[in-house]
Design a protein around this ligand. Structure first.
Ligand SMILES: C[S@@+](CC[C@H](N)C(=O)[O-])C[C@H]1O[C@@H](n2cnc3c(N)ncnc32)[C@H](O)[C@@H]1O
Length: 218
């Protein structure tokens, strides 16, 4: 019997050839790209940073993160081999990577990461926390591998704060659960708040899509 982790990685392996097609679908794409761009702006990548993009998928945001970096380290991680190979070819296509900037995509489970304590100073996760098999473990691991004083940006989906959003939320939540193993009904904010100081910095679609800034105490 497959574990939850294997089921998630198999699901995303199967999705790999279509992921960017769906992501670039007219209408959906405009919003998603804008939210992801805004999340990268909040991350504020700077030369010398050590940045982790957790559950990088096809690595869409990796080139955007490199735009303002002259040196440092950028790591994309995922558990799906299919997604990892797509993300690697995306970074191969980046024109002119500064010589002192290292970019890599590696297989790593955020529920039991191989990175050492306090390794990164910035981390980002776009639509990852609602797909990981164990969100509590993922939040603990993020707190372990982020440096004290470091910052993590989370862009994700959840139950709208405004009940007017419920008629849109419940059908979307059920189809995401059935077809995508994505749990939009998770309380990501509540879970990460146990490990970080969390501020909800942005919300869209009546709060169904939100961005969190999570700070680790110095
Ligand atoms: C909905 S996709 C989001 C991909 C990308 N961040 C984006 O915004 O397009 C979620 C990704 O998280 C990955 N993932 C799920 N569980 C994971 C885990 N425990 N560790 C690392 N990556 C994981 C999946 O394989 C998938 O590529």
């Amino acid at each position: 019997m497959s574990s939850d982790k294997e089921k998630v990685s198999e699901r995303y392996d199967r999705w790999t050839p279509f992921y960017d097609l769906v992501d670039n679908f007219p209408f959906i794409s405009g919003f998603q790209k804008r939210w992801k761009r805004q999340a990268v702006e909040l991350l504020d990548p700077t030369s010398g940073d050590k940045i982790l993009d957790m559950g990088t998928g096809t690595g869409e945001i990796l080139p955007w993160i490199t735009e303002s970096m002259e040196d440092g380290l950028l790591v994309g991680t995922d558990i799906s081999e299919g997604m990892i190979s797509k993300a690697r070819s995306r970074i191969d296509d980046i024109e002119k990577v500064p010589e002192d900037l290292e970019i890599k995509v590696v297989k790593d489970d955020i529920g039991s990461s191989k990175f050492s304590n306090d390794y990164f100073n910035k981390m980002i996760a776009t639509f990852t926390f609602t797909t990981v098999p164990n969100m509590g473990k993922a939040a603990s691991e993020c707190a372990r591998i982020l440096k004290p004083g470091g910052m993590m940006i989370i862009l994700d989906t959840g139950k709208p704060k405004n009940p007017f959003g419920y008629p849109l939320f419940y059908p979307m939540m059920l189809s995401a659960k059935i077809f995508g193993r994505t749990h939009m009904d998770r309380d990501v904010e509540g879970t990460v708040s146990k490990k970080f100081e969390v501020t909800r910095v942005r919300q869209n679609m009546l709060g169904m899509v939100y961005t969190l800034r999570c700070e680790k105490q110095k």
